[in-house]
Design a protein around this ligand. Structure first.
Ligand code: DAH
Length: 353
């Protein structure tokens, strides 16, 4: 019996050395320590042994059992360690690697320009006035001194929402410019104190719509920034000073400006402001088409009829207005050759700003 126990111990421990994974280890446990193992057979045979042999064999069998159990635990731990090492070396985590960049949105290039413009005028005391994008013909044209068949109306082919058939001579349309906001603002301000309306200093940024043949230079939607200053004793020199200062803050302190006579129905006199081409410094290049100047905005002294339509007595009040296109300014600054990029939602374009 003792020999058998020795043999059991020998084979069990020897085969344990070969075992490399948990499954085999479990098999080993069943084979050598399980209910039907040879060792357990020895225990069950104890009762049939001679009385004096029993404690000796019993003790020896117990020792074998204990040493097999201890060897099992040791082997188990070894396999666990080996597995851990293996997974540590194969799933290596390099904590010094720089993280993956999370893509985050950014501001639209026109928004950036709009913010800059707003900032500059805010510094000069102008407030932002928001006006509606859906307008009546009355506000978009008539109150701004466009007579019903004035040729200037043809410049601004409109998107009509309710046609002339439904609304007679006051159809509803998407605003073709931010100028109708001038009337809304003046009427709001003057209604506060009709006898002595307060002065106004506002800019009116927003989206405009025109029924254009889309090309690299024309889009059916675009932004404008309108400006309006109304008060007593506002002169053309105030207009020139304000806009020249704006140009210097926007395009650089040394930039030169020039004003050319122009025509708009809602201003008299009217002008357009050019700035010295900031790309060639005025010597002439492809962007300024060799002229050395870039046209930036339209402006003028608010027409007496428009002042009156807004509730301001043109005998007592004067004012100036201007309108500019942030897309055009952004295109000039960044050498963008096609206006259609702005609203095409192409990330390759938008991510560059
Ligand atoms: N509303 C004009 C346009 O869309 C731009 C403009 C010109 C606005 C002169 C003004 C202005 O306020 O004084 O072409």
């Amino acid at each position: 019996m003792l020999n058998i126990l020795d043999e059991i111990k020998g084979t069990a421990l020897a085969s344990l050395q070969e075992i490399k994974n948990e499954d085999d280890l479990n098999q080993w446990r069943i084979k050598f320590l399980g209910r039907n193992s040879e060792l357990m057979l020895v225990f069950s045979k104890l009762s049939s042994l001679q009385k004096e042999e029993r404690p000796i064999v019993g003790k020896a069998a117990n020792q074998v059992k204990k040493s097999l159990e201890a060897a099992l635990i040791e082997r188990q731990e070894m396999i666990r360690q080996a597995n851990l090492q293996k997974s540590l070396s194969s799933d290596k985590l390099d904590v010094t690697l720089s993280g993956r960049r999370i893509p985050h949105g950014r501001l639209h290039p026109v928004t950036l320009t709009l913010r800059e413009i707003t900032h500059i005028f805010a510094d000069m005391g102008f407030q932002v006035y928001r006006s509606r994008e859906v307008e009546t013909d009355e506000y978009n044209f008539q109150l701004l001194n466009f007579p019903p068949n004035h040729p200037a109306r043809e410049m601004q082919d409109s998107f009509y929402i309710a046609t002339q058939e439904d609304r007679g001579d006051n159809p509803i349309l998407l605003r073709t410019h931010t100028s109708p906001g001038q009337i809304h603002a003046m009427r709001e301000y003057s209604s506060k104190n009709p006898q002595n309306p307060p002065s106004i200093r506002i800019i009116l940024p927003g989206m405009c719509y025109r029924y254009e043949q889309i090309s690299s230079r024309y889009e059916t939607q675009f932004t404008q920034v309108e400006g309006l200053a109304i008060g007593k004793n506002i002169k053309f020199s105030d207009l020139k000073g304000t806009l020249s200062d704006f140009a210097r803050r926007m395009f650089g302190q040394s930039v030169r400006t020039r004003f050319r006579a122009s025509h708009f129905p809602f201003t008299e006199p009217s002008a357009e402001m050019d700035i010295e081409c900031f790309l060639c410094g005025g010597t002439g290049c492809s962007v300024c088409k060799g002229t050395g100047w870039l046209e930036i905005l339209g402006c003028g002294m608010v027409h007496p009829v428009v002042l009156k339509n807004g509730g301001y007595d043109p005998e007592k009040y004067t004012g100036f207005a201007f309108g500019m296109g942030p897309e055009r300014i952004t295109m000039l600054r960044h050498h963008i050759e096609d206006i259609r990029y702005f609203w095409a939602n192409d990330l390759r374009f938008l991510e560059q700003f």
